[in-house]
Write a protein that binds this ligand. Structure first.
Ligand code: SF4
Ligand code: SF4
Length: 563
């Protein structure tokens, strides 16, 4: 047994994204106010709040579109403008377009769910970094570069998190710089690890937190930031697109947002319940940039940053039970995302703040049982986000019969406050939606033309290797791969035959490569794990649920600064 240091804190947040940072800051503010007012009931002295973050610095794994509804930020930091919140521009102009292969049809009015007037275009990496600064000023300890790899229990009570060992070689042996992980123990542990959180996934499985719920469904967003000639787009300009390059049966759409300093943020979101095993979300995004409407915006510009991540779009019915003895789940990890509005940031922040309010009461009573923490889930459903989510509770499911059916049903659901599609429409996990290759293409070996393969020109379109360079992704090379394939034999047999190894296509970082030896035809799966963008698509979409994403050594991964 490895000797490990044990560190005790009062409240531990797993993951340093906006949900956790907002929760930690709100809690510190509540405690401060309580003590300043004389601490009626009980003074809360020296409450230690800590945040554990796997990335090298706060904000470097944070990526989103993003247009932020400021409602939660206003509540958390009322003077956010004076405090210099990094806002790219207030939204004053927005377009919604349906793209055909070469043309576009502009919506005559902006559909109400996509009306973003008064909201802000932001870079989530910058916003997270800024919020991290406020959190540190409030005396909260942030530990970047430490990945939580295991949940610690005392019976069925969550008692904290173990961080990953550092200095383990590729073969599992200890290197000279080996350092065992530490056990961080807390009265309450808050899981805010983002989309498809790896620790949250183990909690959901162990305690069946999703029993009676829909499974979580996801989109993967592939995104670049470009510098374009002056005047091409103004900060705060917003464009949303539907249609090309995605097929009618694939959920998703594009976005283009104007940022400061002639920067443009653009991306394509692809629903991971897609059916075509040859679909490659990165390639579809490259095709999006070649569309004349988009291409004109990027003309004479240059790409400056790249990234990808999944976002949960299952909505209201896929929110798991978020309360356990000694633990709460917040933000994307709890599937809190309004897919119709393409918004998760204010929802994540509010969920962190609601968790903080429950924890504050628990600290006063010195009771961290499930019964005491239960008010978090009730407050979540009764809050503005619970109500917003309820109104569009079947939005994503409405698209299962295709784009047009989804637009009509989803739109009506919004307008009627959810009075159509009232009852839960059931879904299945995204990986179950993939069709066999012969069912999609009528043969086992479709041509490049059928699949829609394009050549990357290195000017407007880039291969995955070039894009990864612009994500700043690095990992310690000498460590065991953090993508765990349960049964390689499935990859070489059933998956090859039915789906032709879709991980090779859907991974936006070329982590999975199937090497075929000349002459013998022998196959070998190569894992270029150091490319990994931590997007979690593979954990969601492998058709045999054969991949488990676990955190690599802390500090590894992308280094986003403006995504
Ligand atoms: Fe197929 Fe999954 Fe194996 Fe990739 S990891 S080849 S998707 S079974
Ligand atoms: Fe995303 Fe998985 Fe590829 Fe990493 S390996 S970039 S998590 S799909």
């Amino acid at each position: 047994m490895e000797e490990r240091d044990v560190m005790e804190v009062d409240v531990l947040f797993a993951g340093g994204g906006v949900a956790s940072l907002s929760g930690a800051l709100h809690l510190a503010n509540l405690i401060k106010k309580h003590n300043e007012q004389g601490g009626e009931g009980k003074k809360l002295d020296e409450i230690m709040i800590a945040i554990l973050e796997k990335s090298a610095f706060i904000g470097s794994h944070s990526i989103s579109g993003a247009v932020m509804d400021p409602v939660s930020l206003k509540e958390l930091v009322p003077d956010f403008l004076e405090k210099g919140a990094p806002l790219e521009g207030e939204v004053t102009k927005e377009d919604v377009c349906f793209l055909t292969k070469k043309g576009q049809i502009k919506a005559p009015i902006t559909p109400p769910p996509l009306d973003n007037h008064g909201f802000y275009v932001i870079s989530l990496s910058k916003m997270t970094e800024w919020l991290g600064g406020l959190v540190e000023e409030a005396g909260i300890d942030i530990f970047p570069g430490f990945a939580g790899t295991e949940v610690l229990y005392d019976g069925n009570r969550v008692k904290g998190i173990r961080t990953g060992d550092k200095g383990i070689d590729s073969d599992g042996s200890k290197k000279s710089n080996f350092e065992p992980g530490i056990d961080l123990e807390a009265k309450v542990t808050v899981f805010g690890e983002g989309s498809r959180g790896s620790l949250t996934k183990t909690l959901i499985e162990k305690f069946k937190l999703d029993e009676g719920k829909n499974p979580q469904n996801y989109v993967v967003g592939v995104k670049e930031v470009w510098e374009v000639p002056e005047g091409r787009m103004n900060p705060g300009d917003v464009i949303h697109t539907m249609g090309y390059p995605l097929k009618n049966d694939t959920y998703g759409g594009g976005f283009i947002y104007g940022m400061k300093n002639n920067m443009v943020s653009l991306g394509l979101m692809t629903g991971l319940d897609y059916k075509d095993p040859c679909l490659d979300p990165h390639r579809e995004f490259q095709k999006f940039k070649l569309h004349p409407y988009v291409s004109e915006i990027l003309k004479d510009g240059k790409m400056v940053q790249y990234g990808a991540k999944t976002a949960p779009v299952g909505g209201y019915f896929s929110i798991p039970k978020c309360v356990l003895d000694g633990a709460l789940i917040i933000g994307d990890s709890a599937s809190l995302f309004i897919s119709q509005k393409i918004k998760g940031i204010h929802v994540a922040m509010k969920s962190g703040m609601l968790a903080a309010e429950t924890i504050f009461e628990a600290l006063l009573k010195d009771d961290y049982s499930e019964a005491r923490l239960e008010s978090y889930q009730t407050n979540l459903y009764n809050s503005i986000i619970g109500k917003e989510l309820y109104k569009v509770r079947n939005f994503h499911q409405a698209f299962h019969k295709g784009l047009w059916s989804g637009i009509i049903k989803g739109g009506l659901q919004f307008l009627l406050g959810g009075r159509i599609l009232k009852n839960r429409l059931a879904t299945t996990p995204d990986y179950t939606h993939l069709k066999e290759i012969s069912d999609v293409y009528g043969s086992d070996s479709p041509t490049d033309e059928q699949i829609g393969v394009i050549k990357f020109d290195g000017d407007r379109t880039f291969d995955k290797e070039t894009d990864i360079y612009y994500s700043g992704t690095t990992h310690e090379e000498k460590q065991p791969p953090h993508l765990k394939i349960a049964d390689l034999n499935i990859c070489y047999t059933s998956c090859k035959k039915k789906f032709q190894n879709p991980c090779v296509k859907f991974c936006p970082a070329n982590v999975y490569e199937m090497e075929i030896k000349e002459g013998t035809g022998e196959q070998k799966m190569i894992l270029n794990f150091s490319n990994c963008l931590h997007c979690k698509t593979c954990d969601v979409k492998c058709p045999f649920a054969n991949i488990t994403w676990v955190p690599p050594e802390g500090g590894g991964g992308p280094k986003f600064t403006m995504l």
